[in-house]
Design a binder for this molecule. Sequence first.
Ligand code: URA
Length: 242
Amino acid sequence: QPEPAAPSQCVGPEYRPDTQKPTATVSTEVSHENVHILPQTPQLIALLTMIRDKNTGRADFIFYSNRIIRLLVEEGLNHLPVIEHTISTPVGRSYSGVKFEGKICGVSIMRAGEAMEQGLRDCCRSVRIGKILIQRDEETSKPKLFYDKLPEDIADRWVLLLDPMLATGGSALMAVDVLKSRGVPEERILFLNLIASPEGAVNFANKFPKVRVVTAFVDIGLNEKNYIVPGLGDFGDRFYTM
Ligand code: URA
């Protein structure tokens, strides 16, 4: 079955004309307001090129994934509300700025989502992190909740849900159901993700139109084994074991 054509774009610094920039594959667009795709900058495309490469070893895979995760967390934090905050500087002037309002927590979908926890901790010191384990039920082939451990006051927090690969969306959808059942409103959930399939992103956006998805890239599709293509293979294996 032929793959749909991947969108391509000239990628390089602003000061160079397009004729002097290399062409690279960039993210597919998704027409859902709540799906936010990171700007397709030369940095991001170079980082994604590293982690997609099957010849990239584990140490580099971790290093470059962590850089993308950092970009996702920083962008995710832009979606949190801020309030006015004026301070005094050491030279005796005041500066009218803002500060974050509200409490947050992370929730990782095990095991691959745990790889994103450090990136969140690097930006939000001593952040609480909960965990959800969803696996395919051997009998029904449907995703099943096996374990969860979430902060008790999660209903009062903004939740950054972490999972690097959004393939069919089965686990992420179930994770949002779990969060909602604990009282977290959809509009206070941000789903941070490295690579999504178009069908995963659209399923997710249709079922939970108020959950914001922040992703680095929407790929072309899924293969017969439900791996994202062109993708990067199994994220958990490459991060933890290969
Ligand atoms: N999970 C992965 O690790 N990779 C995929 O391509 C899809 C789901």
